[in-house]
Design a protein around this ligand. Structure first.
Ligand code: PLP
Length: 393
């Protein structure tokens, strides 16, 4: 077994680098801010990098290191950099990789704050941005300028579920001297590994699938190359957006069941998407597993499963959507996603409320769009719950 690479599920349980002198079965929480040097020379060697001993938790910590090496391996990358939240990962990437006068081409349908922070804040420091439907590679090509340094893609996109061709985007980025950065939150490394398709960096809001229990906020960046990893780690340390050891422990625990959670929830999602598509009160459904999804074939090729996020719009638009959201009894009305509990929310007034109305419409985020994140409850209960909610409209 020693020389054989274990499967994803086994690595989620046994992976992650951790020195284990006492033989504990799980990685303990090293709840300490600082580490004792053996002597003054040892301290100096730790700082110079000759010795890889721990110094201070913002710089590194054994519990966090176990998680970083775990997720880096799951993503087929070289370096993992844990952050306090998904947004801390986004801002670390922007700050480390973009300078005054640089330009970024981004998916128009992205997590609301990833766009808002670029348009309202990074713009103040002279970073330019263009938002296009990255599911259409010609739109990406047309948006590239001589100063484009980053193509930023979310696929499946939040909340439109559009799928972007990552191999084509990676090639386009590299042909133009830019990097491809991918928000892989919606898929988790269990279903999609963008670094294998040519992306330079991938990141997660581990608040979602990786942790999976709606009890922690956390982020992670993984790079393909070590050099890029060093640059990003240095920025994370200087920004001070490090993870806490307790957070790291919680996510390590969550990852152990990632495979079975994703399998269960995506099995239910397929059934729910088919139920919605056949329901007379439903105008449209977007789920990558449906043959009607415009990029269904690409999803089959690029992903290892279709995931558990569904967006749809009812025939009565927003008003009908509100009746449904106010009447579900098993699913809970809350933002976030990727947890064991099924969640329903309204992107236009909730997760994407700070994105301008025009930008939302251009990105396909209509007023009536409802987003549904399938959990691991009994699918019969979820179907019954939706049915009785739809009956009230
Ligand atoms: C939640 C989310 C983020 C932001 O992550 P936080 O952990 O909330 O900071 C970024 N991208 C996507 C796709 C998300 O769903």
């Amino acid at each position: 077994m020693k020389n054989k690479k274990l499967g994803l599920n086994s690595r989620m349980i046994h992976g992650g680098e951790f020195e284990n002198p006492l033989g504990s079965a799980t990685v303990p929480i090293y709840q300490t801010s600082t580490f004792i040097f053996k002597d003054a020379d040892h301290g100096a060697r730790c700082f110079s990098g000759e010795d890889d001993g721990y110094i201070y938790t913002r710089i590194g910590n054994p519990t966090i290191h176990a998680l970083e090496t775990m997720v880096a391996d799951l993503e087929s990358g070289s370096t993992g950099i844990a952050t306090s939240s998904g947004m801390a990962a986004v801002n670390t990437l922007y700050m480390a990789l973009l300078s005054k006068g640089d330009h970024i081409v981004s998916s128009a349908a992205v997590y609301g704050p990833s766009r808002v922070v670029m348009e309202q804040h990074w713009s103040r420091f002279g970073v330019e941005s263009t938002y296009v439907n990255t599911a259409n590679i010609d739109e990406v090509k047309a948006a590239i300028r001589p100063n484009t340094k980053m193509i930023y893609v979310e696929t499946p996109a939040n909340p439109t579920m559009d799928i972007t061709d990552l191999e084509a985007c990676a090639k386009l980025a590299h042909d133009n001297g830019a990097l491809l950065v991918v928000d892989n939150t919606f898929s988790s490394p269990y279903l999609q590994r963008p670094l294998e398709l040519g992306a330079d960096a991938v990141f997660h809001s581990m608040t979602k699938f990786l942790n999976g229990h709606a009890d922690i906020v956390a982020g992670m960046i993984v790079t393909r190359e070590k050099e890029l990893g060093k640059k990003l780690r240095s920025m994370m340390i200087n920004l001070g957006c490090n993870m806490d050891p307790h957070q790291a422990y919680m996510v390590l625990r969550g990852i152990k069941t990632l495979g079975i959670r994703v399998e269960r929830s995506q099995q239910s999602a397929m059934q729910i998407a088919r139920f919605l598509e056949a329901h007379p009160k439903v105008e449209w459904v977007k789920y990558p597993g449906l043959e009607s999804h415009p990029q269904h074939e690409l999803a089959k090729k690029q992903m290892h499963g279709f995931g558990s996020m569904i967006s749809f719009e009812l025939k009565g638009g927003l008003e009908a959507g509100k009746v449904l959201m106010n009447n579900v009894q098993v699913a809970i009305l809350a933002v976030s996603l990727g947890g064991v509990e099924t969640l329903i929310q309204h992107p236009a007034s909730m997760t994407h409320s700070k994105v301008s109305h025009d930008a939302k419409l251009k990105a396909g985020i209509t007023d009536g769009l409802v987003r549904y994140s399938v959990g691991i409850e009994d699918v019969e209960d979820l179907l019954e719950d939706l049915k009785q909610g739809l009956d009230r409209i």
